[in-house]
Write a protein that binds this ligand. Structure first.
Ligand code: GDP
Ligand code: MG
Length: 841
């Protein structure tokens, strides 16, 4: 009987809690565990919930929840008591507890597996000393039941028909599914044919989706050994949270161990048991979540069956799931959402939604076996194209260079290919600036437009092509399935440093943007791993930093652009790894649970889909330009423009005037058009430009930004940065592109005073110190430039990332910690680069 059957005021002892993992976890946390006494406090027959008293607490449970808790009562006990036992109607609690314990020692087991995997053989062997065998008829299929005892436990075992899957296509499948979901056996023994493991594990992935307790009998183990294959089933068991027990059913080998393990799992004493989620890829996972949200509104249903299981089934267009859910109140809504999601997925992938799920499941199996299963070297035979490609791409030795080579191509394309459109946009920005400065009369507005907005936003927009190319490659990696391989290859390396390869997916995503990457850490199970991955993520250089690199590298490392760019990214990866190890050894000492790395089948995406994905990511960049970068450029401009120092303006304007007069008087004495005449005209222009330049420098230095700059300059001095570089870094806290736009605004007065149409790069090349002991020296040397690159790579991630970390970690502490340690590292590394570099060069 269940808790639900108790009447008001009645008392019972819990003998068993049924149902799936998440439900059991919740209910046991509330105190509903085997052996505890429960009293019904208040029960209205037709009304949810019922109030119970357990261990002195009042707890209310829904009917559906109460139905999952089995109890035994005094009444129950006296009815079953034999006449010679005299309880006199008084049954003390001690006796009741003893009885409850006895009842808790009955374990209901279902044998589930592919046809001919050896279920019946195991069933017969195990129940050899059977007390009772019955035949039960299903729709068209049979299941046999038997009882036997082992180590004080009574096993109630059911041999179910063989199935390859748990969809609702065949009567067998439907029967097995209904049995598991309707009868809630305590343990499912999944009998797996070891000689055909890949196909057999497909059913296992569905049991995983169901979130039930499973033990795997790795049957036909003799055949696996005969083939000479090697299978590390223990590791795989730990990865998927289900213990594997090798058995040879026909010889009765391993059967005893199998049931021993069943007892351990039943008693929650097996440490490797946990519920995992098969990762269906970000798109499908999004759809699952959307559907789950609707299904979850039916508590009575999800207490018994996992909403995730139903959501996946709906995406598979499973009739059985549709039927079960059609009883719910909000079914029209569930149906609408799931139809919608299916449509979305199918148009995105040009593939049946069922196929997407199946492919992901095989991707999971593929990844699981890739790490644990070794085919006999002499009989190795490749079956599919995916396997063939994977032998190279995920190869122990070749995999890594191939990955590096791919990254190399990516950067090469980003730089070289992006160079052409970049120079077109650059000249367009220049022309626009000239156009407005020629057309508009001198005014504050003109200054804001030309020197603030056009120089600032223009400085960033020129890198749009490079960013789009980078995103094209990242999208391509995701869409083909290479991203999963990259994580897989890194996994081996990551394991060595105590992290899992799964952490590497958010890290690779970090190349695009750290914000979604931080959100992607949700797929990690362990909180410590999640925090750790978040903290090192900013070292994966995001695309917003790319403009800074391209600007600086293009200006100071001509001829070695790609190598330097590659080096910068590699150093970022190095620091990520370094801090991973450091943190793992200090703050986040934890035993991490192994995962399966999914290896989905390769797909060749159409050029159009990849372009679309690229554009989805790239359009955010454009939005940023119209928003935060525009505003930041205006603020930086205003800080540099105000306060207007009329003394300086006056002083220089006077100087300019007198100089002009001086030259003019000289010119008037010379014959028009003569050599001498032209020379003096040119001289006049140079001197006036120089004066204008000096005036602007003075004004800028006296402005708010100049004051702030000089204030922070001492901190940045040891790094070899001038105040303009430092201000740019400060502004880059809002978004990394702003480093470039700020430089665009700050250095607009720099460069060759004779030329008014210069790129920012050439301005940086020629800018010099205007005062101090270095006066007249070039600000940027290759050493300073590299130190600057390092600082930009490592320091303070942008505010959006800080906010994301706060949100995902649920704590300002971690966000603050990230900000401080990254900036400290940036300073130190730039310092070392500058000091060592200055010594060497
Ligand atoms: P079921 O369809 O899952 O119930 O599978 P059966 O129990 O009927 O077994 C199918 C065949 O596999 C029978 O001929 C068994 O003798 C054989 N078999 C079962 N277990 C093993 C095993 O561990 N090793 C070998 N070599 N054969 C086995
Ligand atoms: Mg059978």
């Amino acid at each position: 009987m269940t808790l639900f059957d108790l009447e008001q005021g009645e008392k019972g002892i819990i003998t068993k809690v049924r149902g799936r993992g998440a439900f059991r976890k919740r209910i046991t946390e509330m105190g509903f565990v085997k052996g505890k006494v429960v009293t019904v406090v208040k029960k209205a027959p037709l009304r949810d919930p019922v109030e119970y008293n357990i261990m002195g607490y009042e707890v209310s449970l829904r009917h559906s929840e109460a139905q999952m808790v089995e109890v035994t009562t005094a009444h129950n006990l006296s009815e079953n008591a034999s006449p010679e036992e005299d309880y006199n109607g008084i049954i003390d609690e001690k006796l009741l507890k003893t009885s409850a314990r006895e009842k808790g020692k009955v374990i209901d087991i279902a044998l589930v597996g592919n046809p001919n995997s050896g279920k019946t053989t195991i069933f017969n062997y195990a129940s050899g000393s059977r007390e009772h065998v019955g035949n039960y008829s299903g729709v068209t299929v049979d299941s046999k039941q038997a009882k036997f005892k082992l180590d004080n436990y009574t096993f109630n075992i059911f041999d179910l028909p063989g199935t390859y899957s748990l969809t609702a296509y065949t009567p067998e499948e439907l029967y097995v599914r209904k049995y598991i979901l309707g009868f809630h056996p305590d343990i499912v023994i999944n009998v797996v044919d070891a000689s055909n493991i890949e196909r057999n594990l497909y059913l296992t992935t569905q049991l995983i989706d169901m979130d039930i307790k499973v033990v795997i009998a790795l049957n036909m183990f003799d055949e696996l050994e005969q083939k000479g294959d090697k299978f590390d089933s223990e590791s795989l068991g730990k990865m998927i949270g289900i213990p594997f027990i090798p058995t040879i059913g026909s010889k009765g080998k391993g059967i005893h161990e199998l049931f021993k393990k069943v007892i351990e799992v039943y008693e929650d004493k097996e440490p490797s048991v946990r519920h995992i989620h098969i990762n269906y890829g970000s798109n499908v996972e999004g759809s699952i979540q959307a559907i789950q949200q609707e299904i979850r509104k039916n508590k009575g249903l999800t207490d018994k069956v996992s909403s995730r299981f139903y959501a996946i089934k709906l995406l598979e267009k499973d009739k059985g799931a549709q039927f079960s859910l059609s009883q719910t109140k909000n079914y029209p809504e569930i149906e609408r959402v799931s139809d919608n999601e299916i449509l979305k997925l199918e148009s995105q992938f040009k593939e049946d939604s069922e196929t997407l799920i199946t492919d992901a499941k095989y991707g999971f199996i593929n990844g699981a076996l890739r790490e644990t299963y070794q085919l006999n070297k002499f009989k190795r035979k490749l079956k599919t194209d995916t396997e063939l490609i994977d032998t190279f791409i995920t190869h122990k030795i070749f995999g890594f260079p191939i990955f590096i080579f791919f990254l190399w191509i990516m950067f090469q394309a980003t730089f070289r290919l992006g160079d052409y459109p970049q120079s077109w946009i650059e000249s367009l920005v220049g022309i626009t600036g000239d156009f407005f400065s020629g057309m508009l009369p001198d005014s504050v507005f003109k200054d804001l437009l030309v020197n603030g907005i056009i120089d600032g936003v223009g400085g960033v927009i020129v890198f749009l092509p490079n960013i789009l190319i980078l995103f094209f490659f990242i999208s391509f990696m995701e869409d083909t399935g290479y991203m999963a391989r990259a994580a897989f290859i890194m996994d081996k390396l990551m394991h060595k440093i105590g992290l899992h390869g799964k952490s590497f997916i958010p890290l690779i995503m970090g190349f695009g943007c750290n914000v979604p990457a931080i959100m992607a850490t949700r797929t990690l199970e362990n909180r410590n791993d999640r925090l750790l991955t978040m903290l090192i993520n900013p070292f994966m250089s995001c695309s917003a930093r790319l403009p800074v690199y391209i600007l600086i590298i293009g200006a100071f490392f001509q001829g070695n652009e790609v190598s330097i760019l590659f080096l910068v990214y590699a150093i970022g990866i190095f620091f990520a790894i370094f801090f991973a190890v450091l943190f793992k050894k200090t703050i986040f000492k934890s035993e991490e649970a192994p995962f399966v790395m999914e290896l989905p089948p390769y797909r060749l995406p159409t050029f159009r889909t990849t372009l679309k994905h690229m554009w989805n990511k790239g359009s955010q960049y454009i939005k940023k330009m119209g928003g935060v970068i525009l505003i930041a450029s205006m603020i930086i401009w205003a800080l540099g423009y105000f306060p207007r120092n009329s003394e300086i303006t006056e002083e220089y304007d006077n100087k300019i005037l007198t100089t002009e007069l001086l030259f003019d008087s000289q010119i008037s004495n010379l014959p028009l058009g003569s050599n001498e005449y032209n020379k003096v005209i040119a001289e006049k222009e140079t001197v006036v430009n120089q004066l204008n330049y000096n005036k602007n420098q003075k004004l800028q230095e006296g402005s708010f930004i100049g004051i702030i700059g000089h204030y922070i300059e001492p901190v940045m001095r040891p790094l070899g940065f001038d105040w303009k570089m430092s201000i740019s870094l400060l502004a880059g806290v809002a978004a990394k592109e702003i480093v470039v736009s700020t430089m665009g605004v700050l250095y607009q007065a720099d460069g060759d005073p004779d030329s008014d149409n210069e790129t920012l790069q050439s301005k940086l090349q020629s800018t010099t110190y205007t005062r101090g002991e270095n006066m007249g020296q070039k600000v940027f040397t290759p050493v300073t430039a590299f130190a600057y690159l390092m600082f930009v790579l490592l320091y303070f991630p942008c505010v959006a990332v800080v906010a994301a970390v706060k949100k995902e970690s649920g704590n300002w502490k971690w966000a603050l910690f990230m900000v401080t340690y990254t900036t400290a590292i940036a300073w130190t590394v730039a310092f070392i680069v500058n000091q060592v570099g200055s010594l060497l060069f």
